[in-house]
Design a protein around this ligand. Structure first.
Ligand code: CP
Length: 327
């Protein structure tokens, strides 16, 4: 399957947002610029624009979420769309309805966009392949495959703090093997042209494909942190591990937990990021997570504007303009 074709319209515009792979730098930069223009809306008295008025967006979550689901809902409401939140644990999926039948039923209600989180890699692609022509699909995280909107809000946060991407050295630390966020971040950082991407983890938590993606691998945290501009921490994703990947959490924290002491090896103006949820005392010390170099809560705040940008770009062919709908 050509992932690029399914995500893009004939004119190269965004239709679905499933993965960063296959999207070019101009499109990613356009999303970041659009998100920048949406940030001011959150500071207005009336935090709404009418861009998606009359459209219906469905949040379809088959996995737990705090940040992603709520910021998608907030983003849709700020674009004036109607929003349906479907908790799969109390939907007809529990009675044996297939994913495709769930989609077909919601399409029959004239919904325009589905935001999907699913434990299986490829679920969002599968839905996009079967969606009606007027429907857009946004991947809110599928298995260990991709979490592209998280990667975009992370790129937005990096750009806000560091400006240009090309001089940056970015380290991703922790359970890269099971992380959909890390895969999407690596594609985004690489497309946006960062100087160096480092993957820092025990050997058992580095995926085989990391080197082919142009990532420099470190199995020693102190060595890997030297002179980095950005550190992205990841939690241990036990829900996707098969068998034990680590001797113990205690040993992991001793070797790979981010502490103030280890962080002193990075650039003085380093920023600390984490997609959340954070596990204090497992991958990160509280003093670092809550310290002056942490931008973890800024990432969450940026999620709304970035998701507004992605949703409005994917629906641009159906956006209401004065006098009717745009082409
Ligand atoms: N970063 C992230 O995906 O968090 P949630 O699981 O809370 O949505």
């Amino acid at each position: 399957m050509n992932k690029q074709n399914i995500q893009l319209d004939q004119d190269g515009g965004l239709r679905h947002f499933l993965t960063i792979e296959g999207l070019n730098r101009a499109l990613l930069t356009d999303i970041l610029d659009t998100a920048e223009s949406f940030t001011s809306i959150t500071e207005q008295t009336i935090k709404k624009v009418p861009l998606l008025r009359g459209k219906t967006i469905v949040n379809l979550f088959f996995e737990a979420s705090t940040r992603t689901r709520t910021t998608f809902e907030l983003a849709a409401k700020r674009l004036s769309a109607d929003v349906l939140n479907i908790d799969a644990s109390i939907s007809a999926a529990t009675k044996g309805e297939t994913l495709l039948d769930t989609l077909n039923n919601l399409e029959a209600m004239h919904c325009d966009m589905f935001v999907i989180r699913h434990p299986n890699s490829g679920a969002a692609h599968f839905i996009a392949q079967h969606a009606a022509p007027h429907v857009s699909i946004i991947n809110a995280g599928d298995g260990s495959h991709a979490h592209p909107t998280q990667a975009m809000l992370d790129m937005f946060t990096i750009r806000r703090h560091k400006g240009e991407f090309h001089n940056l050295c970015v380290a991703i630390v922790g359970d890269i093997m099971h992380s959909r966020v890390a895969r999407s971040q690596i594609h985004a950082l690489s497309t946006l042209g960062v100087k160096e991407i480092r993957a820092i983890a025990p050997r058992t938590l580095i995926p085989a494909e990391a080197e082919t993606l142009g990532v420099h691998i470190y199995n020693d945290l102190r060595e890997g942190l030297r002179d980095v501009d950005v550190v992205i921490m990841l939690r241990l994703q036990y829900e996707r591990m098969r068998g034990a990947s680590l001797p113990s959490e205690h040993e992991y924290y001793q070797l790979f937990g981010l502490t103030e002491d280890k962080l002193s090896l990075a650039c003085p103006d380093v920023i600390i990021m984490h997609p959340g949820p954070i596990n204090r005392g497992v991958e990160i010390e509280s003093a670092v997570a809550d310290g002056p170099r942490s931008v973890i809560l800024q990432q969450v705040a940026h999620g709304t504007a970035v998701r507004m940008a992605i949703m409005s770009r994917a629906m641009r062919h159906k956006i209401v303009v004065a006098g009717g709908e745009s082409s």
